[in-house]
Design a protein. Structure first.
Length: 63
């Protein structure tokens, strides 16, 4: 959730970051820039999920 909030706040009011990259690409009609931003967010989200699920399995074995 923290990563989603970070990217969301970058979409609204930031001068750098993935959200800003997507927003700038949208305003300048740079579809490739928007797609790269979206794919990057997806890849980072996937790896964050992978790391946290692995940590949960290791640290919370009783679950």
């Amino acid at each position: 959730m923290a990563f989603i909030c970070l990217v969301g706040s970058e979409l609204i009011a930031a001068n750098e970051g993935l959200g800003f990259l997507i927003q700038e690409g949208r305003y300048m009609f740079k579809t490739d820039q928007v797609l790269v931003g979206m794919i990057t967010i997806g890849i980072i989200g996937y790896f964050i999920n992978l790391v946290l699920t692995t940590l949960e399995k290791i640290l919370l074995r009783w679950k």
